[in-house]
Unconditional design. Structure first.
Length: 217
């Protein structure tokens, strides 16, 4: 997910999903977020020789280096460039058929053809279930359609496959805000900012949550 607003009030006004009866799904995602640091620490960087022979391993090495750069408040290259490279690697796949289907899904989503986009993303996760970004794209669509439970399920599947996915974690935080769960939203936003401290919209939302909490006391 890659959707950000700038005020908690925007989420709370006009919300048709106030309250939440799906704590089990939320708890699953929160558990994955809590486990993510240990899982990231256990990731083994592929050797240069192996990566040279395997495009997937080469992508893993590139992602690891990009995340190292992104963690700095003042990286040596533009932040937007690093983020674009991360997303480009996430959206890439060894299968040209998979990439073509992903492109069709993204284009349908961007054009507002949501039913068609859903069909494409459903086909992606069925055919390539190990692809984290396929689940993330389907989660984003579910969020836009107001299907928060489905979105959280797919965010969980995203994080099972890519524990560094700051977009999915931030998206979960936005769902928490929409459901009136600011404490869980804050947990997610802090986790996303640990991975990418340059998410200024997310930092603004976290500041809003802190401000709202201070005014309540």
């Amino acid at each position: 997910m890659k959707l950000v607003t700038t005020s908690t009030q925007e989420w709370q006004s006009g919300n048709d999903h106030a309250g939440d009866e799906h704590g089990d799904v939320f708890d699953c995602v929160l558990s994955l977020i809590a486990q993510a640091p240990a899982r990231r620490a256990s990731l083994v960087l592929p050797g240069a020789d192996a990566a040279a022979r395997d495009p997937a391993l080469r992508a893993q090495r590139r992602l690891a280096k990009l995340f190292d750069a992104l963690a700095h408040f003042h990286p040596s290259r533009p932040v937007a460039e690093i983020e674009d490279l991360v997303w480009a690697l996430w959206i890439s796949h060894p299968s040209k058929a998979a990439e073509a289907l992903m492109t069709r899904g993204i284009e349908a989503f961007a054009d507002g053809r949501l039913a068609q986009a859903r069909g494409h993303f459903d086909a992606l996760v069925a055919a390539w279930p190990a692809w984290a970004e396929a689940w993330n794209k389907r989660a984003t669509l579910a969020y836009v359609e107001g299907r928060d439970r489905d979105a959280c399920r797919d965010i969980a599947r995203t994080l099972e496959r890519e524990p560094r996915h700051f977009g999915a974690i931030a998206g979960f935080g936005q769902i928490c805000l929409r459901r009136g769960r600011p404490c869980e939203a804050a947990i997610a936003f802090r986790a996303a900012l640990t991975l990418n401290p340059h998410l200024h919209g997310i930092r603004a939302l976290l500041d809003d949550i802190a401000g709202d909490a201070a005014r309540m006391h």
